[in-house]
Design a protein around this ligand. Structure first.
Ligand code: NAP
Length: 336
């Protein structure tokens, strides 16, 4: 029978929240194992300059900052698996199991830190032209469209923020939104309205992204949401800014989530409805979604997990030889 190591703590996700949870729990001698994802670094991996993370007065590139988060966690003994979790089996107070392909990892506690990803329209051409004119990150890609006509799709604060940023480069920018009313805050809406090269086109939906002969975006097909009339708008760039979806697909059926799929935590803590299962970062938070707030909840998750491991008596399912904090060996049979 093969020996199976029972970890103290597995952290699933390699963004600001996951790495901060790793840093804190590593310093608490929990020897965390981080399943950081093949594309570790989270959404900041797709960002250029970060100017609003305290401690970097000159700003820092997103990928550089994530490298530094990771290195700091590693310094205190964090171990990493640079691959995607493919299956998670949560338990209420028992052993938590995470698979990466055929490899199974078992722990006494787990911190879910899988983040969120940009929502897509799901129309023809969107994925095919991604990176060839269609983008979900204005801040990352806006500068590539200097002097071009572009659209931003969406009516929330993200769309306004992207539009204001991208309009610095584009010759003309049209905000396409499916309703006449906007979800964006008044201040963001007014800021966008005051930019001379920003226009609004409502209520329109984007039905298709059309490629030119060079394989890049050349136009979008728009549909009037009320009359159904269609028209083509020639653009070199299109930024889809219609919100985010939490990456909770592996746990959605096991842990409490809200109507949008965000994991629900208890009060001000990172505790979920399952003992030994904690959730942090954008997987939980659809409001603030900042690197600094994600990092803050990562810290909270590590402390919550540490207190759980210290104070909670082992359940019959989770058999291990002691509770000294170090990772312990058990047989596969003991691990269940
Ligand atoms: P959001 O507020 O949920 O807005 C999403 C927008 O996309 C809505 O206008 C929605 O239209 C539209 N939309 C969604 N699905 C669509 C679809 N399939 N087709 C067409 N349009 C679609 O998301 P967000 O703008 O990303 O903002 C999320 C949170 O972050 C908010 O709390 C926001 O205030 C905050 N935030 C703040 C700032 C800032 O203050 N600087 C910047 C960014 C984000 P409907 O309105 O018709 O549903």
């Amino acid at each position: 029978m093969t020996e199976k190591r029972i970890e103290n703590l597995i952290i699933v996700g390699g963004g600001p929240s996951g790495y901060t949870a790793a840093l804190y729990s590593a310093r608490a001698n929990l020897e965390p194992l981080v399943i950081e994802g093949f594309q570790w670094g989270g959404q900041l991996q797709n960002t250029t300059e970060v100017e609003n993370f305290p401690g970097y007065p000159e700003g820092v590139m997103g990928p550089q900052m994530m490298q530094e988060f990771r290195a700091q966690a590693e310094r205190f003994g964090t171990r990493f698996i640079t691959d995607d979790a493919t299956r998670i089996e949560l338990s209420d107070g028992g052993l938590q199991r995470v698979w990466v392909g055929d490899d199974e990892y078992v722990a006494k506690a787990v911190i879910l830190a899988m983040g969120a990803e940009p929502r897509r329209l799901g129309v023809p051409g969107e994925m095919e032209l991604s990176g060839r004119g269609v983008s979900t990150c204005g801040v990352c890609d806006g500068a590539f469209f200097a002097g071009e006509e572009v659209i931003v799709v969406g009516g929330g604060d993200s769309a306004m923020e992207d539009a204001i940023f991208v309009a610095k480069y584009a010759s003309k920018l049209t905000i396409v939104h499916r309703r006449d009313e906007f979800r964006a805050s008044q201040i963001m809406l007014e800021r966008a309205r005051s930019v001379p090269n920003i226009e609004f086109k409502t209520p329109y939906t984007v039905e298709e992204f059309l490629a030119g002969e060079d394989g890049k975006l050349r136009a979008v097909r728009l549909r009037h949401a009320e009359t159904g009339a269609e028209e083509e708008l020639a653009v070199g760039g299109a930024f889809v800014a219609i919100g985010h979806i939490p990456r909770s697909e592996l746990v959605r059926d096991q842990v409490e989530v809200d109507e949008n799929g965000y994991v629900v935590t208890q009060g001000k803590s990172t505790r979920t409805n399952l003992a030994g299962v904690f959730a942090v970062g954008d997987l939980v938070d659809h409001t603030y979604r900042q690197a600094i707030t994600a990092a803050g909840t990562g810290c909270m998750g590590a402390l919550d997990a540490e207190w759980y491991l210290r104070d909670t008596p082992p359940s019959p399912e989770a058999t291990w030889a002691g509770r000294s904090g170090e990772a312990l060996e058990a047989t596969a049979e003991q691990a269940g």
